[in-house]
Write a protein that binds this ligand. Structure first.
Ligand code: SF4
Length: 350
């Protein structure tokens, strides 16, 4: 998923000339990859980046006015959560904490509290740690290079490449789930990429990247957007695809995938129980006694409304998680720093 400032539409249907590109195969040459119909890679670049200029969704982190911090926050939030759920939380975060320094001035628990229901709340802690490091070592600014970004706690190779590209216009190889899927179909002729990123895939992504900085940024963003809204995992909208005639997978007759992707189980998992516990802590003004988390309140049969139980606590107990799973989830949250013990109960980190 992701993010880049939406580029202005280039005049006509062609991209601006790319004088930097060598005529023949070079270190980042397009010459090594052509589509099944021998459509030159340069044409594929043009079609996808033109399509992106015309069709990209208007998203606030793509606005020219969005700060590198806003782009970094969006990248982290979007990694495992759909755009529609990210939008309100991202807006809340940027209003509340318009710079790394604003977030770093708050306790880590505030980041978790305002993470809402995006899931995987360790990401909130990672952003808080990154903000703290930017204040301590980068004058409160988002580092401008891949290496600088990668030096931040909790920032991995994908996020570093994406922010360097989309916030600072750098030529970086950005590889996320959507890009991998488009590359696999368009150039590899397979329905899905390998279950985990391979060295060959990374090499292909490097070789496909346009040499020109600006074009490379638009390529990364365009392929990512194509994977998000057209070349989707389950039902690709090939008739709306700007490179349909160049697609190796379509040309091969749309062969079925050779493995079944594992769905992300949710119901009954420790992750679901952890999320429900974090929701209780988020809504609580004071530490929540462990017994309240572990044991459902006794129904005294006094009718609806006789006992006021917070919604989040009711939701936790409706899961009917076994005691050992609750214990395990609590221990995991404490170990991960997503909860802490205080005054005989548990709360978000202070
Ligand atoms: S033609 Fe279909 S499968 Fe091929 S890249 Fe486009 S959307 Fe994906």
């Amino acid at each position: 998923m992701t993010m880049i400032q939406k580029p202005p539409r280039s005049p006509g249907s062609a991209l601006p000339a790319d004088p930097a590109r060598p005529a023949g195969p070079g270190p980042h040459s397009p010459g090594r990859h052509e589509s099944h119909a021998a459509v030159p890679l340069r044409d594929v670049h043009v079609r996808i980046t033109d399509w992106f200029a015309e069709s990209a969704r208007d998203l606030p982190w793509r606005e020219p006015s969005c700060s590198p911090w806003g782009i970094l926050v969006s990248e982290v939030m979007l990694q495992q959560t759909p755009v529609v759920r990210v939008l309100p939380v991202w807006r809340d975060w940027l209003e509340r904490w318009p710079s790394p320094a604003h977030l770093a001035a708050e306790p880590a628990g505030a980041a978790v509290r305002h993470w809402g229901r995006l899931g995987y709340p360790r990401r909130a802690l990672r952003l808080h740690a990154a903000a703290t490091a930017m204040v301590a070592g980068h004058h409160g600014e988002v580092p401008r290079t891949y290496e600088g970004l990668l030096s931040l706690p909790g920032v991995g190779t994908y996020t570093a490449a994406a922010v360097a590209a989309f916030a600072f216009g750098r030529r970086e190889t950005v590889v996320d789930t959507n890009i991998r899927r488009v590359h696999a179909r368009l150039f590899g002729g397979t329905a899905l990429p390998a279950p985990a990123l391979t060295a060959a895939e990374t090499r292909r992504a490097v070789e496909l990247l346009p040499d020109d900085d600006a074009l490379s940024v638009r390529w990364n963003a365009g392929v990512m957007e194509l994977g998000a809204v057209v070349c989707t995992a389950r039902s690709p909208l090939c008739d709306a695809c700007p490179v349909l005639d160049a697609c190796a997978w379509v040309g091969a007759g749309r062969p079925a995938p050779d493995y079944v992707p594992k769905g992300q189980a949710w119901a009954g998992t420790d992750r679901q129980v952890r999320g429900a516990i974090v929701a209780v802590l988020r809504d609580a003004d004071t530490p929540v006694p462990r017994s309240v988390l572990l044991e459902a309140p006794v129904d005294l049969g006094m009718g609806a409304g006789a006992v006021l139980v917070p919604d989040a606590l009711s939701a936790l107990h409706r899961l009917r998680a076994p005691a050992e799973q609750l214990d395990r989830a609590l221990a995991g949250l404490l170990a991960d720093g997503l909860a802490e013990e205080a005054d005989g109960g548990l709360r978000l980190p202070g």
